[in-house]
Structures are given as structure tokens and as C-alpha cells.
Design a binder for this molecule. Structure first.
Ligand SMILES: C[S@@+](CC[C@H](N)C(=O)[O-])C[C@H]1O[C@@H](n2cnc3c(N)ncnc32)[C@H](O)[C@@H]1O
Length: 209
């Protein structure tokens, strides 16, 4: 099976991932004014993009991985043909009300300062960036040696990377918020309380200043 299709089938088959995705899409759709346009950054196979387009939002998709793009072209064939979804080769090719980045896209970055500077040129004033990121405090990961080895790193620097998961970094929200300033203000953080140790994903909402 093609790797884009494989990702698509696996993530949709997971009940836990589907529940997280439903919550993320609901938050994005509740925040988007009627008819507002959106860029799905790191769109993968277009699962969220299809939902935004179905809700009447012109949706741009940016996806660097060819395998993902190929499957997105199949999965969103109708929307691409009708131009309710538009694929862009760079985020800078569109100007939108909102950018979404679902399922750990921002964990692929070692540092977010340049990214938020770029997104400040994509998101109109008053608009937002909504990202779901791996929760660095998730207690379910405490069974792994890498988690325990990085607890002090996390407390000291607010970040860590795991050698076995090359190019995947985990961040305390304050570190991402610092990188987002001066263009974006962290407006909302989900979960709260106990959720910080029980939930694998955290949602960060940044408002364009
Ligand atoms: C776990 S997948 C999530 C895909 C999609 N957002 C979803 O919800 O199914 C992470 C995605 O981040 C993309 N990605 C990796 N590095 C990126 C970068 N520098 N800029 C944008 N997207 C990136 C990958 O190609 C991949 O599609």
C-alpha cells in the first residue's frame, strides 16, 4: 500500500485519534467565522481540509511530503476540481483568516520563530493559528526510558527531542508561545488540569496581533 494511503487508513482506524481529530475540527470550525478561508498547514492526506471545505470554507492545503500530496489528490479529488480546496506550493501563496496544523505538524520543527514570522504574513490581523501538538507531559509516555531521561531537560529548557523519533521535538507550550511572539498571542490552551498528564495531544490557539 502507498505510504500516504497507509497513513490515511491507520489514522482513521484509530478510535482515539478519531476522537482527538473530532475535537480539533470542532474547535477550528467553531472559531472560523462563516465563509472564512483557512490554510491547512501540513495537511497530510486532506482529512481536515475536506471537513473545512464541506462547511463552506475555502481551504488551502500545504503539504511538503509527496506521498501525502498524492493521496490527498485522490481523496479530495472532487474538492480540488471544484476549487473548494486549493493546493499551494508554499504557505506564502495564500492570505487567510486562519491556519490549522493538526496532528503534530509543529513537532517536526526544532524551533518555531521563523515559522511564525512566515505565518504572520499568511494570517490576517485578528485571525488565528490553531495547532495540535504532542503533549510533552503525557504520563502514558512515562513507561519509556526516553521520557524519563528527558524530564529534567523539559523542566530546565521546556523542550526535548527523541533520537529514535528523528526530527520529532516536544515543547512546553510557553516555548512555542515565546517563538510566536511578537506576531501572535497564545489565547487558549487545551487541556487544563489533569488533562496535562492524561492526554497525548495539546491544542494551542494563537491570535494574530
Ligand atoms: C502526523 S502528519 C499529520 C497530517 C495531517 N495534518 C492530519 O491531520 O492528518 C504530520 C504532517 O506534517 C507534515 N510536515 C512535516 N514537516 C513539515 C514542515 N516543515 N512543514 C509543513 N508540514 C510538515 C508531514 O509531511 C505530515 O503530513
Amino acid at each position: 500500500m502507498h505510504s500516504g494511503e497507509q497513513y490515511h487508513q491507520v489514522i482513521l482506524a484509530s478510535q482515539r485519534d478519531r476522537a482527538v481529530r473530532d475535537r480539533f475540527q470542532k474547535m477550528a470550525l467553531d472559531l472560523l467565522p462563516a465563509g472564512a478561508d483557512v490554510l491547512d498547514f501540513g495537511a497530510g492526506t486532506g482529512i481536515d481540509a475536506k471537513a473545512y471545505a464541506a462547511s463552506g470554507h475555502l481551504t488551502f492545503v500545504y503539504e511538503p511530503a509527496e506521498a501525502m500530496r498524492e493521496y490527498l489528490a485522490q481523496y479530495c479529488h472532487g474538492e480540488l476540481a471544484r476549487r473548494s480546496i486549493i493546493a499551494v506550493a508554499s504557505p506564502l501563496a495564500c492570505k487567510v483568516h486562519a491556519v490549522t496544523a493538526d496532528f503534530a505538524v509543529l513537532n517536526h520543527f526544532a524551533d518555531h520563530a521563523a515559522l511564525f514570522e512566515e505565518l504572520s504574513r499568511v494570517v490576517r490581523p485578528g485571525g488565528f493559528v490553531l495547532a495540535s501538538m504532542l503533549n510533552p507531559y503525557y504520563l502514558g509516555d512515562a513507561r519509556y526510558r526516553w521520557w524519563r531521561a528527558n524530564v529534567m531537560n523539559l523542566a530546565r529548557t521546556g523542550r526535548y527531542a527523541i533520537p529514535s523519533e528523528s526530527r520529532i521535538h516536544r515543547f512546553a507550550p510557553r516555548v512555542v508561545a515565546q517563538a510566536a511572539a511578537p506576531y501572535f498571542r497564545l489565547e487558549r490552551l487545551v487541556p487544563r488540569g489533569f488533562g496535562w498528564i492524561t492526554q497525548l495531544y495539546t491544542f494551542l490557539l494563537f491570535r494574530r496581533i
